[in-house]
Design a protein around this ligand. Structure first.
Ligand code: BGP
Length: 477
């Protein structure tokens, strides 16, 4: 088997605290935004606060109880040969309300134990500081990141954990998929990204830009602080990257795809370049938006540029201005609509499967930023079936192998710099989009259904052996 990746390439797997840990209100942990995002109607996660704030349990709250099973699970990760394991620190384990000055020691101790267990098994923790896990109290009392006080609360939390784990964690990233809120869905994403509490009748887009910019300021302050705590830290941003192609070669379609992508690049441009892009200032001026940023905050952006670009890649999209094509209207360009790409297939959830799009993404991002990249999410959600004690998931192996083949071309032919690959849902976990278990990603099956029934027993899928062999072939001397 030819070696296609550098020796130190970080083969790993990814999860998020709220989707894996459970123990959602144990050992002093507070309620996070993610805890009130529970399974909703027709498989779409939605906000359910009544009862949750009083401690009412929903199936997603237990996740897969990693909090009490992590030692067993890490033995499976070790068997796979993982070099890295991406997860998040759940902000509300450390600061239950988010605005306290003193941290919750039990929360800090949990992550000490987790990181020690990973390191003892030769696995590097790769840590997300907030994976949709803003403390609910910061939403309720301050309005979330629209309020600049929340910048300081995040910086205090980040400083606390970066100091505590400065000798255990090298790779950090600040906000998971910070650009999700760019899509104007002012319910799920502005809620999970920036915990924004909107007031009646105000302009949601204007407030969302303000909150997103405040998060970017918070991120930059944390990058600078992190480098002071440990100069070896590698601190990245984390973007959901869905390339949007022009549906046709009609020039307007290309322009529409540029405008749609600029809405997402707003976040990574500031993370990487430390400056507000001119297309954003122009847009705000045309719309008459007042987006506040002080001179001090402008310099904070410049002083806190990220070390690498982390991103998730699942699918691609397409946009057109052609009249006769059906689609979802988008606001970024007159007459533009998001449409299906006829040249690719889709998953059971309609996510368009496009391995070549990953190679394209790696090229586009590397060309734009010239920074090392890290694929921190890629995976295939599916209705896996337990049959005679086995789970045959050839569709997952096919999806991942095709994406890894394109990664190899990007590295070996196109010359991009790629730090690692941590496929999403290394073990079955709660889906973000549905709040349920049935959309499975893992190489390891967990016996739990949408209603929370099951033994939580772990079982290797066929893909477990495939990934284990792939890592072995790519890394053995
Ligand atoms: C990304 C999130 C992850 C993960 C993934 C898959 O947006 O960063 O948390 O959930 O999506 O999404 P889903 O679980 O809805 O299939």
């Amino acid at each position: 088997m030819t070696k296609q990746f550098p020796k130190e390439f970080l083969w790993g797997g990814a999860v998020a605290a709220h989707q894996v840990e459970g123990a959602w209100n144990e050992d002093g942990k507070g309620v996070s935004i993610a805890d009130v995002m529970t399974a909703g109607a027709n498989g779409v996660a939605r906000k359910i606060t009544e009862g949750v704030l009083e401690g009412e349990n929903y199936p997603n709250h237990q996740a897969i109880d990693f909090y009490h099973h992590y030692k067993e699970d890490i033995q499976l990760f070790k068997e796979l040969g993982l070099k890295a394991f991406r997860t998040s620190i759940n902000w509300t384990r450390i600061f239950p309300l988010g605005d306290e000055s003193e941290p919750n020691e039990a929360g800090l101790q949990f992550y000490d134990d987790l990181f020690d267990e990973l390191l003892a098994n030769g696995i590097q923790p790769v840590i997300t500081l907030s994976h949709f896990e803003v403390p609910y109290h910061l939403y309720e009392t301050y309005g979330g990141f629209r309020n600049k006080q929340v910048i300081d609360f995040f910086v205090h939390y980040a400083q606390t954990v970066m100091m505590r784990y400065k000798d255990k964690v090298k790779y950090w990233m600040t906000f998971n998929e910070i650009n999700n809120q760019a899509d104007g869905q002012h319910n799920l994403h502005t809620w999970t990204n920036s915990a924004i509490r909107f007031e009646e009748g105000e302009n949601k887009e204007e407030i969302t830009f303000q909150a997103g910019l405040n998060e970017l300021i918070a991120s930059a302050k944390v990058v600078k602080l992190g480098h002071e705590i440990n100069p070896d830290f590698q601190i990245g941003c984390m973007m959901a990257y869905v390339p949007v192609y022009p549906y046709s070669c009609r020039p307007e379609d290309l322009m529409a795809s540029v405008k749609v992508m600029n809405r997402r690049f707003f976040y990574s441009d500031i993370h990487v370049r430390g400056k507000i892009p001119s297309y954003a200032r122009k847009y705000w001026q045309q719309k008459g938006y007042t987006i506040e940023i002080s001179e001090k905050e402008e310099s904070a952006l410049l002083e806190g540029k990220v070390d690498y670009v982390g991103f998730s890649y699942y699918m691609s999209g397409a946009v057109t201005t052609l009249e006769d094509v059906q689609g979802e209207p988008v606001q970024e360009y007159p007459g533009a609509k998001m449409v299906n790409n006829p040249y690719v297939t889709a998953s059971d959830w309609g996510w368009q499967i496009d391995p070549v799009g990953l190679r394209y993404t790696l090229n586009i991002i590397y060309e734009r930023y010239n920074l090392p990249m890290f694929i921190v999410e890629n995976g295939f959600g599916a209705y896996d079936k337990l049959e005679d004690g086995k789970i045959h998931d050839p569709y997952r192996v096919e999806y991942l192998q095709k994406h890894i083949d394109q990664m190899a071309l990007a590295v070996n032919v196109d010359g991009v710099e790629l730090l690692g690959y941590t496929p999403w849902g290394i073990i079955d976990i709660v889906s973000f989009g549905t709040g349920e278990m049935e959309k499975r990603y893992g190489f390891i099956y967990v016996d739990k259904d949408n209603q929370g029934n099951g033994t939580l027993a772990r079982r290797k899928k066929d893909s477990f052996e495939w990934y284990k062999q792939l890592i072995k072939n790519q890394t053995e001397e």
